[in-house]
Ligand binder design. Structure first.
Ligand code: FMN
Length: 201
């Protein structure tokens, strides 16, 4: 009987300490939080196109971003066609009066546009961009927000592209999420500024 009680007590102790350890380790190494902290903008890519299933996972995460009143005002154009990707890169560079590749060689670009008629379109589209960037990192891909989507899709060439793609409506370009396999180590993040967070307690 004595041995039975000791055995039960030991088993209970081990179970409790395992549960505590599990909670503790979840707090210390929460995968989502770690992913948010370790995502970095990648500015060098291999030529290899990411598998469609991976892109689909990233795109799905994009569609689950919160939107004002659940409006789902953004749309995402997933460009893997090299000719179209190169054209978007040229138009983007043209906004800056440059002729380099602002997409850093990334083979694919996920263009986020949002419906200007929705009062929260800019916030909605930006959150979609955030989800895409973080989801890319979560599945082992590199990504970077490339700006000037507004200028590109407000231009006659950009408008013609939207028409070609069958997209009707008053859409504003929010951002380009370039995506692919990194050809560089993720750079170290800048230290966070001291007064980033203000607690009012
Ligand atoms: C609105 C916005 C526009 C950006 N535009 C560009 C861009 O055109 N080209 C680029 O190389 N990076 C661009 N970035 C990436 C930022 O430079 C990058 O997020 C920043 O330097 C912090 O680095 P991290 O993403 O690695 O944390 C943009 C980011 C945001 C949020």
């Amino acid at each position: 009987m004595k041995y039975f009680i000791i055995t039960i007590a030991l088993a209970f102790g081990i179970m409790t300490s395992c549960t505590n350890a599990q909670n503790g380790s979840q707090m210390d190494t929460n995968e989502t939080l770690e992913n948010l902290k370790t995502r970095r903008s990648i500015r060098a890519y291999t030529d290899q196109m990411p598998a469609k299933e991976l892109l689909e996972k990233v795109l799905e995460a994009g569609t689950y971003a919160p939107t004002g009143k659940g409006s789902q005002s953004p749309i995402i154009i997933a460009v893997t066609d090299k000719e179209t990707r190169d054209l978007l890169s040229r138009l983007n560079a043209g906004v800056m009066g440059a002729d380099n590749d602002p997409f850093y060689g990334a083979p694919a670009v996920l263009v986020v546009l949002a419906d200007r008629n929705c009062p929260t379109y800019l916030y909605d589209g930006s959150l979609v961009m955030g989800n895409l960037l973080n989801a890319a990192h979560a599945v082992g891909l590199g990504s970077c927000w490339i700006h000037r989507a507004k200028e590109v899709f407000d231009s006659p060439e950009g408008k013609a592209l939207l028409k070609d793609w069958g997209i009707e409506g008053d859409y504003e370009g929010i951002g380009n999420c370039i995506i692919g396999y990194p050809a560089q180590e993720a750079p170290a993040p800048k230290p966070r500024k001291a007064d980033y967070v203000h607690f009012i307690e």
